[in-house]
Design a protein around this ligand. Sequence first.
Ligand SMILES: [Zn+2]
Length: 231
Amino acid sequence: MKVVQRLVPDNKKPKYNVNGKLVILPMTPEYITIHETDNTNTGANADAHSRLQLNGNSRKASWHIQVDCQQAIQSLPFYEAGMHAGDGTNGSGNRKSIGVEICVNSDGDYEKALQNAAEVVGQLMKQFSIPSHKVVPHKHWSGKNCPRNLLQGRWQEFVNRCIAERGKLEQGVDEVKEQKLSDAQEDVRQEAIRLGITDGNDPFRVVNQYYVWNATIPLAKRIEELEKKMK
Ligand SMILES: [Zn+2]
């Protein structure tokens, strides 16, 4: 799912009041907060919501992405805090989460909007290494009944779809499996097996953090043993 960027200029963004100064606050995303716009009016789609933000939202609210049945539009950089979680200036919802609004306009296809949202959230989970238990409904932060439709028995289904989308993306970078090793590469593989760094499987797997740990721990242990012997 391509995310179209239509970033709100700084002078149109709602700002936080910190010690009497109105400021834009930086953010390191740790959570993703899911909303529904709750606006069923005809035409209240992602385009309309992005323009609402672009023109300076009078409601002093801002969010990172709006998604409908056709597209996803980004309004704020992910490294900037929005104002969407209702948990105040120091709340983790506002200060540590990417806000995603799902459109519920009556002339749109809500099911397709959900699928598009799951794809976008899957991408964000991967990009920022956000685990599924940190994908939360707006309600989690402030008690507000949002996202209203999803909270009527479909929340877990939605999170599962986000996890599935993330999984698809992660498999996508892991496709070069059947490639053969050259003789020199085979030597390296054998040496790595001898040293206990790897079991030798999946030599072309894209390295992720777990595999780095897995490879590093036996090495560190061997160094420890050697150091003991030298004493
Ligand atoms: Zn909400």
